[in-house]
Design a protein around this ligand. Structure first.
Ligand code: A2P
Length: 317
């Protein structure tokens, strides 16, 4: 299986299973199916509100001897309401209790945005905490402590710009080890990927299939659909692959991890088989031409100018 290697030689399977939008009721069976198929990397987050059920699936897989804890790579993410140094450890402990695990392989700061304690999504801007009140440095130091304690093997972030990563690198402590970002042919972010790789930060692609099942709040009329792109369809046809396999394989061949979400047994298997196919250099170049710099998750949910949060300073673009 294709893997990404960390500084201490830990290996993360490059192809993982995304669980954002995997509904309680579906996700348990999906995890069991995925492990049967051969998935060994699961991407979770507290805010997906399904970690308890994922924990039940994991316990069942361990009990039945389908897989051992050591054979799995499990990632989760710190939600925005737990950025204060005293809130970070309890948030991880809740995730570990829900997942029924005693450590995570990777723990990520989900967004470079802080909310007041207990606020999942602020209804008004007073639910935000400005970064002057709880800085990313403070949160990062608390993440470093979790790693030192062995509660998490690796630490990183999601949705961080080059500028924010550089700031944390400049602190001179534990370097960020992973940046998980939105990536698909319409949002390729090659410059940010190059920066991460030059600084030994791995990259994971979220929403690699275009997250068509995303909530309405993330949808805008007329948005293009990567799975229906003509170039993707013609490459799929030429290689006897499916469009989803092309989108997944393209990320793997860029040297990054990719976490397509599915709860459907047939599509779980189809996506996993992207490990065994190959795109030519010419096909990789053709896909590289599709970039439009277009975000699906554009961050507008996290705008609160009176608290210092704008789209400009979220993405630093
Ligand atoms: P489902 O869970 O019913 O399979 P993303 O990973 O970009 O967030 O995209 C997830 C969406 O893509 C879900 O709607 C998921 O539906 C769908 N999906 C997953 N795998 C495939 C596939 N192989 N072909 C088409 N759609 C897929």
């Amino acid at each position: 299986m294709s893997t990404l290697t960390f500084a201490n030689n830990d290996e993360m399977p490059a192809l993982g299973l995304g669980t954002w939008k995997s509904a309680p009721g579906d996700v348990k069976q999906a995890i069991i199916h995925a492990i049967e198929i051969g998935y060994r990397h699961l991407d979770c987050a507290a805010i997906y509100e399904n970690e308890q059920e994922i924990g039940e699936a994991l316990a069942e897989c361990f009990d039945k001897g389908m897989v051992t804890r050591k054979e799995l790579w499990i990632t989760s993410k710190l939600w925005n309401d737990a950025h204060k140094k005293e809130d970070v450890r309890p948030a991880l402990e809740k995730t570990l209790a829900d997942l029924k695990l005693d450590y995570l392989d990777l723990y990520l700061i989900h967004w470079p945005v802080a909310f007041k304690s207990g606020v999942k999504f602020p209804q008004k801007t007073d639910g935000f905490l400005p970064l002057s009140a709880v800085s990313l440095t403070e949160t990062w130091h608390a993440m470093e402590a979790l790693k030192r304690e062995g509660l998490v093997k690796h630490i990183g972030m999601s949705n961080f710009s080059q500028k924010k990563l550089q700031h944390l690198i400049d602190l001179g402590g534990q370097k960020p080890e992973m940046n998980q970002i939105e990536l698909h042919p319409y949002l390729q972010q090659q410059e940010l990927i190059d920066f991460c790789h030059a600084n030994d930060i791995h990259v994971t692609a979220y929403s690699p299939l275009g997250s068509m099942d995303r909530p309405a709040v993330f949808k805008k009329a007329g948005e293009p659909i990567p799975l229906e792109n003509e170039t993707i369809l013609s490459i799929a046809k030429a290689n006897q692959m499916t469009p989803a396999q092309v989108l997944i394989r393209w990320q793997l061949q860029r040297g990054i991890s990719v976490i397509p979400k599915s709860t459907n047994p047939k599509r779980l298997k189809e996506n996993f088989e992207a490990l065994n196919i190959e795109l030519s250099d010419a096909q990789m170049t053709e896909i590289a031409k599709l970039d439009q710099g277009k975000r699906i998750i554009d961050g507008s949910l996290f705008v609160a100018p009176d608290q210092g949060y704008t789209l400009e300073n979220l993405w630093d673009e």
